[in-house]
Design a protein around this ligand. Structure first.
Ligand code: FES
Ligand SMILES: [Fe+2]
Length: 449
């Protein structure tokens, strides 16, 4: 796994926050929020440095010394397990003169050694060696904290590690809101209560803004059109999931322009809640056909008892769980963790880790990985359509007119959900994106603490 793009210097965040608020209205946002480098720089500071950002799954770091490198916004980060088994989230920067301490995306180390002047650090971040130390005043070595800096807050929810640069703010559980239930459902569907991220990673970049992927994770309006190449004339999309026979129906009727035509996707719902958290629910059993497997069912019944196991299966409706601002998780069917890493206003990396369920037969996990391969890999039938569309949107938005991007679908028709500030709509509505932008506006316009 190699980082596919390099960071570039950003433009200073000097846009007046009160002006930014003007660019987001309830039913529309200005094209500038996707194209302006100054707004991007503000987003990195005001959104990515305040929110909880997904770092890694615990199973990626099973042994002492295992690490992964990632970013919070544009800040380079190392996530590493130390010799006592604790997971540390550290800034990937040498405290001497600033060199990146580790460029590898993942690996195992005894300690981190800086390639510039050889300072070294334990996997806790503690400084352990300063070459030729007699050249420093004793007082300096005694008084100065020369260890790697730690990210302010780290939380591990059932193996999912998130970090936040902000010292204060909502807890991870408060921040996740309804998405915690999606993670619980995913983990409870494992006969051991655990999942594993051990099937490698798909990674690619697109020439477009990061929000395009985060919005697309909630967009069930587009599949019959963007993904037309995988839709048969009867509206069935090709079989993708383990055990599925007929493929997914994507369109009710053959002509979407008839006045009474409805997308088949509107049998699902989109939910948008506090902190920009949003998700899709799809009551389509073909998406989680692995749960029909008798041996798998028997294991769940053994773990939870029949009543709870059947309820768990029946409630496995959360499809995309879109954790604002940085990760989309598929918690049913094509289970994966899809990290969205902004590089610049018009360049975004996507990294997709398939999820394996611990304790089930290999053919079930093989099916999940195959499904990820055809859906979200760089050679997939589906995500490749989306990447092309993101680039087209970014190019299209360079046109000065019209100025606005419309988010009015389902406007005023959505209804209250059970979670704080939650609104619910039919799956093709833009309810989830409106929730994302409500939080975006709140963070981008509030006075700094
Ligand atoms: S910059 Fe790391 S040792 Fe000098
Ligand atoms: Fe898509």
């Amino acid at each position: 796994m190699q980082t596919v793009t390099t960071l570039r210097p950003g433009v200073a965040a000097d846009t007046d926050p009160s002006d930014v608020g003007r660019l987001v209205q309830e039913d529309r946002v200005h094209a500038q929020v996707y194209t302006d480098p100054a707004i991007f720089a503000m987003e990195m500071e005001r959104i990515f440095e305040r929110a909880w950002i997904f770092m890694a799954h615990e199973s990626q770091l099973p042994r002492a010394g295992d690490f992964v490198t990632t970013r919070i916004g544009r800040q380079p980060i190392i996530v590493v397990r130390d010799s006592k088994g604790r997971i540390n989230v550290l800034y990937n920067r040498c405290p001497h003169r600033g060199a990146l301490l580790c460029r590898e995306p993942e690996g195992n180390v005894h300690h981190f050694a800086c390639p510039y002047h050889g300072w070294s650090f334990r996997t806790t971040g503690e400084i352990t060696g300063v070459p030729f130390r007699s050249g420093y005043p004793e007082e300096f070595l005694k008084n100065e904290d020369l260890s790697m800096a730690r990210v302010a807050r780290v939380e591990n929810y059932r193996g999912f590690i998130f970090a936040s640069i902000a010292e204060h703010g909502p807890t991870l559980i408060e921040f996740m809101g309804p998405l915690k239930d999606g993670l619980d459902n995913l983990l409870d569907r494992s006969p051991t209560g655990e999942i594993e991220v051990s099937a490698g990673v798909h990674q690619y970049a697109y020439k477009g803004n990061w929000k395009m992927q985060m919005e697309n994770g909630l967009d069930e309006y587009h599949p019959p059109f963007s993904h037309a190449s995988t839709v048969k004339p009867d509206g069935q999309q090709v079989q993708r999931s383990y055990g599925a026979k007929g493929g997914f129906k994507v369109l009710a009727g053959s002509d979407p322009n008839q006045a009474d035509a409805r997308s088949h996707y509107d049998h699902g719902e989109v939910h948008g809640a506090r902190y920009g958290q949003a998700y899709l629910t799809i009551p389509d059993a073909t998406r989680r056909s692995e749960l029909e497997d008798p041996a798998y069912r028997a294991m769940l019944i053994e773990r939870h008892g029949e009543q709870k196991a059947l309820a768990l299966i029946a409630n496995s409706n959360m499809s995309n769980a879109v954790f604002y601002p940085s990760v989309i998780m598929r918690v049913t069917g094509n289970m994966h963790i899809r990290v969205v890493r902004p590089v610049s206003v018009g360049l975004t990396e996507v990294l997709v880790w398939p999820i394996r369920i611990k304790g089930v037969a290999d053919n079930i996990n093989d099916g999940i990985i195959r499904y990820a391969n055809v859906h979200v890999s760089v050679s997939s039938f589906v995500q490749t359509d989306d990447l092309e569309v993101f680039e087209r949107v970014y190019e299209g938005l360079q046109a000065g007119k019209p100025e606005w991007v419309m988010l009015a679908r389902g406007m005023g028709m959505d209804w209250e959900g059970p979670y704080p500030d939650e609104k619910v709509g039919l799956a093709t509505w833009e309810t989830g994106m409106r929730a994302q932008f409500r939080y975006w506006k709140e963070l981008m316009t509030e006075n700094k603490p």
